[in-house]
Design a protein around this ligand. Structure first.
Ligand code: ADP
Length: 191
């Protein structure tokens, strides 16, 4: 099994790249953002509870996403591993994931960190806002808050990955195909 964390700020291209990488390496793509938006769309009690938090660009509680991920890991068969997208977003989530994987005889093999500057991020998110229909993409103040939350709560996870010896920095600016090539090179280096 190979378990990859796709890491980077909002708008860095984690989702786009994760989908293609999952296809190429037969990994299950697990996006907590997608899972939460599915709860919202289905109008579940959990979705209703999380809606305001997500619309403000804040993080939902750690236990909510940790439980979602554990449930998906246990329900999966026939895959070569997992690609985690938008999770872990706090050091607590990272520690919970590491423990969860260890208990199942797995580990975090690689953490790919997409590097994109703030001006480019803002530009991409404004473009995405025109097509995504996401409440948290529609407003510049909320986008700024998501970037601030990323810097304060999520960026420390990079240090966690560095200490574990699994983090690799990847230039996230360029064509989607070029960035995909850079990510594949990092994955192939550990296969
Ligand atoms: P992006 O990377 O573009 O910000 P995501 O789809 O990953 O978007 O996440 C959208 C929102 O869902 C986040 O702003 C947050 O409110 C919530 N969310 C997603 N994943 C997590 C997580 N691991 N922990 C806490 N909140 C999360």
């Amino acid at each position: 099994m190979i378990n990859i964390l796709m890491f980077g700020p909002p708008g860095s291209g984690k989702g786009t790249q994760s989908v293609t990488l999952a296809g190429k390496y037969n990994l299950l793509h697990l996006s907590t953002g997608d899972m939460l938006r599915a709860e919202l769309a289905a109008g579940t009690p959990l979705g209703k509870k999380m809606e305001a938090i997500m619309a403000a660009g804040e993080l939902v509680p750690d236990d909510v996403v940790i439980a979602m991920i554990a449930q998906k890991i246990d329900a999966t068969t026939g895959k070569a591993g997992f690609i985690f997208d938008g999770f872990p977003r706090t050091v607590e989530q990272a520690e919970a994931l590491q423990k969860m994987l260890e208990e199942r005889g797995m580990k975090i093999d690689l953490m790919l960190v997409l590097e994109v500057n703030d001006t480019e991020l803002m530009d991409r998110m404004k473009k995405r806002a025109l097509v995504s229909g996401r409440a948290d993409d529609a407003d510049e103040a909320i986008i700024n808050n998501r970037i601030a939350v990323y810097r304060a709560k999520t960026e420390p996870v990079i240090e966690f990955g560095r200490k574990a010896g699994v983090s690799r920095s990847v230039d996230g600016v360029g064509s989607i195909g070029d960035i995909f090539g850079r990510l594949c090179a990092q994955i192939e280096a550990i296969l």
